[in-house]
Each structure stands twice: as structure tokens, then as C-alpha cells.
Design a protein around this ligand. Sequence first.
Ligand code: PMP
Length: 369
Amino acid sequence: HTFSKAPRPAPANPLGEAATAASGTAPVHRTESPRLRHMASNENPLGIGPMAMAAARDCLAGLAAYPDPSGAPLKAALARRFGLAAEGLVIGNGSSELIDLVTRSFVVKGDEVVYSQYSFIGYPHAVKSAGGASIVVPARDYGHDLDAMLSAVTPRTRVAFVANPNNPTGTLLEEAAIVRFLEAMPARVLVVLDEAYTEYLPEAARMNAFALLKRFPNLVVMRTFSKAHGMAGLRVGFAAASAEVAQLMNRARLAYNVNAPAQAAAIAALDDAAFLQRSYEVNEAGKRRLSAALGELGIPFIPSWGNFVAADFSGITGGPEGVNAYLQSRGLLVRPLGPYGLPTHLRFTIGLPDDNEALVAALADYLKR
Ligand code: PMP
């Protein structure tokens, strides 16, 4: 999960000075140590998109006013953009809050929640805080084993979480497999399809999960503005569900849970197709480069559909701890996956070309030592 240790400047922006100036954050130059490269939390190395930034800034003069309590303008924009019914939408302080809202709304003590081994770390936290029991289903090839997840369903099961693409492994499920899963799942079990990384998928690999909502009233689709939209610090996500499910979640939701600049930025981000495309392309190129380099260095990695790659350092002298310590000494901050049950893996968020080259060079130097 993302724990910011210290205030830090906005990620360097290759759009140039205009974009840097528009971010309002003067670049910080430190001569005593190399600049830190944040490749741990799957943030967008481009920063926030220019249209979202402009909308957030426009909001700053009006900060004495409460935001819209239920995010009605944002929900209207989402409904327009994705062809959804506004009654089926819930906005959250990041999708993290929506995950928590689902368990708080539908899980009581003794209830069970099914999800895969090596899946997002927010699920166990949310289940635990609701007093539920996590049923963690062994993964297959680092991805979700949907048949095994179905077999794990009992009369006490209330929710199943499916992250697609999955974090931290980057695995992807095909639409047909998800549809079969929904068809076989008892209607009383909510299926949460967490699409935090969906914008990083190539067109051909994308599914329209929203289109399944009419057919499956127990489906909840979650999206976030934290990743491809570059807005992790603003905290906005949304869930699309049946009107009934959304109403129950909205009842548990605090009014004003998403602040005004975040709502305004999210509305603007929906129209910034150019920025999304650039985020996708920078990620694709960086992921191709990093994956090829890992292959050449003989470091096994899990092919990823996200904006990150998890690599296995079990066979390498010093193991993941040694590698991570060395990367830190070179200013590269990456994510050890021990808390995710992958103690020999490190996860690398794809950065700007310069970041990726620095990581590749550091890994090569480590192996040469
Ligand atoms: N789901 C998945 C799969 C994630 O990886 C993350 C962030 N790491 C989230 C949800 C939560 O993101 P946010 O709360 O920033 O929307």
C-alpha cells in the first residue's frame, strides 16, 4: 500500500517546463544525494494530466465551500462518459474507500470474503475491519484461479474480489472467463471487479465490464483516478453497480468524502483522452524496455498488464533484500512483495525512460558485483 514518507516534488514531467510550471511545484534540486526515483507505488510518472490540474487549480479559490456532498456532477460526468445510470454510482476517496465501503455495507462478523492469493493488499484489511473472514484461494500461475474461487464459496460468502489486471502480479483474466465466473456465482454473492489498471490495457485486451452490470445485478465494477490519470494524491475512485447496491454503499458513505478539487479534476480528466493515451504509451514503452532488460539479465519476472513488473530475485546473490538495499543506495525506491506473500519478488513501477534506464543500469551493476 502507499505510505508517503515525506513530502516530495511532483514527478518530473517530460511535457517540459510548461507542465512543470502548471503543476505549481518548483523542481527541487539536491546536490548532496541522487534524486529519488519513486517506482514503488504504481503512480503515474507523468504526474497529473494538464486538464485535471487546471480544473483542480480553478477550485482553489473556492475552498471555503463544501464540495458537492454526493459528487452529483462527477457522477453525471461518469454516467455520460461510460453510458451508466447515475443511480448505480458511488464515488470514493480513492477506490480504497470503495473496497472498505463494500465490506462495511455487506459483510458482518462471521461472513466470508473470497479473493486470490497474491492479490491487492487492501482486501484483507477491509475484510478484517468489517469482522469478516478472508478465504484466500491459491493462485494459478500467479493469477486468479476462478474455478477454485467458485469452489471456495459457502453459504457464508458475501463478497468475491477480483482484480483485473491484478496487483502486484500484473496478470489478466479474459472477459469470457469473468462472464463464466459471474454466471456460476450465486446471485447473493457480490462480485467486485477491481479495474484499477484497466487504462493500461491495449485496446484488444480491454473488456467492457460496465456492459455486464445489467445482466449481473451482483456485479460491482471499481475504477480509480490514481493510476493512469495520475491523481493518487487527490484520492478519487468510483464504483458502478446496481441501483440497490449503490444505494446501500451510499448510505454507509460519509457526505463530502471526495474533496472539491478532486471532484473537479476527475470530471476534467474524463475529457483528457490525449493525456490517457500518453500515459498508456509511456507505460507500454517502459514496460517493454524493462521486461526485455530483465530477460537479458536472466532475472525471472511475471509478464504484466499493469504499470509495474514483479521480478523474482530468489536465485540471485543477496536475494531481494540485497537487491533492494542496493537499489535504495542508488536512489531507486521499489516495492518488496513480502507483505503480498511473494517474499522473493520486488515490484517495479514503470517510470519515465530515464528512471527505467537507471533501474536497468543498477540491476546490471548489482549482478556484476
Ligand atoms: N485496487 C488495486 C488493485 C490497487 O492496486 C490499488 C492501489 N494500489 C487500489 C485498488 C487502490 O487505489 P486508490 O485507493 O488509490 O484508488
